[in-house]
Design a protein around this ligand. Sequence first.
Ligand SMILES: NC(=O)c1ccc[n+]([C@@H]2O[C@H](COP(=O)([O-])OP(=O)(O)OC[C@H]3O[C@@H](n4cnc5c(N)ncnc54)[C@H](OP(=O)(O)O)[C@@H]3O)[C@@H](O)[C@H]2O)c1
Length: 189
Amino acid sequence: MAGEKSKILIIGSTGYIGKFITAASVRSGHPTFALVRDTAPSDPAKAKLLDDFNASGVTLVQGDLYDHGSLVKAIKQVDVVISTVGFLQLADQTRIIAAIKEAGNVKRFFPSEFGNDVDRGHAVEPAKSTFAIKAQIRRAIEAEGIPYIIVSSNFFAGYFLPSLGQAGEAGLPTDKVVILGDGNTKAYI
Ligand SMILES: NC(=O)c1ccc[n+]([C@@H]2O[C@H](COP(=O)([O-])OP(=O)(O)OC[C@H]3O[C@@H](n4cnc5c(N)ncnc54)[C@H](OP(=O)(O)O)[C@@H]3O)[C@@H](O)[C@H]2O)c1
């Protein structure tokens, strides 16, 4: 039906970016489903987030990236799958690709990207290895013929600026700052 809102599943909805995407989806009037590993987490902040999701109309679906049956079941309920899984799960998005293939109903897949355009950048480590994994997932999606959208949003100032881009630093470094390359490379945030 014209104007009907697509149903959206977010895998990784409790993460740094996932919570904003989940909130934006439901705010835009899309029937929104969030695949969550633990629907009753002991962490108060996570429990509050899930309460907020519930209150705003998000349907919580219990599942796990490593439980194929749960993925297929969740994916069969929607038109669009958005993955916002984190760094450690990026390579295992092949499991989402396999589940999308089996479900057979998905009109669009957004893999977990939300950063640099990994096919065009020339990163140095430690980013280089992560970007290579994201590129592999792009190739796997293409090979399976799944319709997709890549969101390349570049670096988030709110994420990288507080630590001046220092890997592993929680706050502003006080002693030293590692500058990659020869110091003349421009960065974009
Ligand atoms: N452009 C930028 O500046 C920038 C900054 C940060 C991130 N990013 C990118 O954004 C994407 C998301 O990163 P993030 O930092 O938001 O991730 P994150 O905070 O680590 O969140 C990971 C999410 O994946 C879920 N998850 C973990 N294991 C799972 C499993 N086995 N089954 C199902 N869900 C599982 C987590 O759920 P639980 O709550 O159950 O653990 C959580 O919701 C990545 O591609 C990252 O590279 C970009």
